[in-house]
Design a binder for this molecule. Structure first.
Ligand code: NAP
Length: 278
């Protein structure tokens, strides 16, 4: 059943999922406020005085947290934000969460017990980390150098996450549901590199590097320290095999399967400079 709402707030609206959700809702004719530090509505998780103005007149929120719900500040921020949202008249929150992170599940529970209607979308690693995120340069350089071994991950396309999120924002049938969403196949980082090599018709190799070398590489790319700490946590703790399974959350929510990694590379080939046909 269609949700009776027209006023939406997207937090993290300049990010990978937020930008897509913002565009989709806007194209459907809803009033959408896009919030982030650099966005049209100024919102900063580290400056709670910016939260209240962003929530004025809002009925439904798509909530992404940065850098990750597993950071120590997150539970307090999420609890305070939900309490404020309720006072401001928000009816529903859809929360983006991450798989295999017990600390993120603490934040999920805070949203679930907030008194607001909720949907949780708990996602695996994004394909778009390689086309829009911090690993894009690795693909362009032909060498994906990361502190990780043969562990596999069911990478998911952000377009699929966007479709699940938008469905949950528009239709009350998704209220009270937790969708764990993954891509359709498990791939190691070496296998990802093989997909890039095949589709782009140029060598893209994978190399396992020490943690310290990775941190130095991220620092030289200007990645902020908190994000580097989070990546270190993800590579050293979360990527230990606990997430080596696929689930059908996209199918459950949308009635269609999730996109494969190879399809993602083909669909986004221009982001990688096209295929080498020489
Ligand atoms: N990437 C993945 O593979 C993955 C997988 C599962 C779950 N997730 C979750 O998805 C969320 C987004 O992760 P991402 O790395 O993919 O991010 P992203 O797409 O790069 O987006 C980050 C967004 O957050 C905003 N932002 C950054 N710092 C902020 C602050 N202090 N206050 C308010 N907004 C802020 C950014 O905009 P401004 O710079 O304008 O502030 C941007 O809109 C995180 O919670 C992450 O745990 C990510």
């Amino acid at each position: 059943m269609k949700r009776d709402a027209t006023n939406y707030l997207v937090i993290g609206a300049t990010g990978k999922t937020g930008s897509r959700v913002h565009s989709k809702l806007t194209s459907l004719g809803f009033n959408v406020k896009g919030a982030s530090r650099q966005g049209e509505v100024h919102f900063d998780w580290r400056a709670p005085e910016t939260w209240s103005a962003a929530l004025v007149g809002v009925e439904v929120v798509y909530l992404t947290y940065y850098p990750d719900l597993a950071t120590p500040e997150a539970p307090d921020d999420i609890a305070k934000f939900c309490a404020l949202a309720r006072i401001k008249g928000v009816k529903h929150i859809t929360l983006l969460s991450g798989r295999g992170e017990p600390a993120a599940q603490v934040c999920e529970d805070i949203v679930k017990t907030s008194g607001l209607s909720w949907t949780i979308v708990r996602a695996s690693w994004f394909n778009q980390n390689f086309s829009e995120g911090m690993f894009h340069d690795f693909v362009q350089a032909g060498s994906i150098a990361l502190p990780v071994g043969a562990v596999t991950e069911p990478f998911i396309d952000v377009d699929d996450i966007c479709d699940v999120v938008v469905a949950s924002l528009l239709d009350v049938n998704h209220d009270g549901k937790l969708y764990e969403v993954t891509g359709p196949e498990l791939l190691s980082f070496a296998q990802l590199a093989e997909v890039f090599t095949e589709v782009l018709k140029r060598p893209v190799e994978f190399a396992q590097i020490p943690q310290q070398a990775f941190v130095q590489s991220m620092e030289s790319h200007g990645v902020e320290p908190k994000a580097i700490d989070m990546l270190t946590y993800l590579f050293t703790e979360v990527l230990d095999g606990r997430n080596e399974y696929t689930v059908d959350g996209v199918q459950q929510a949308l009635g269609r399967p999730a996109k494969s990694f190879k399809t993602f590379v083909i669909d986004n080939i221009q982001a990688f400079g096209g295929a080498n046909n020489a």
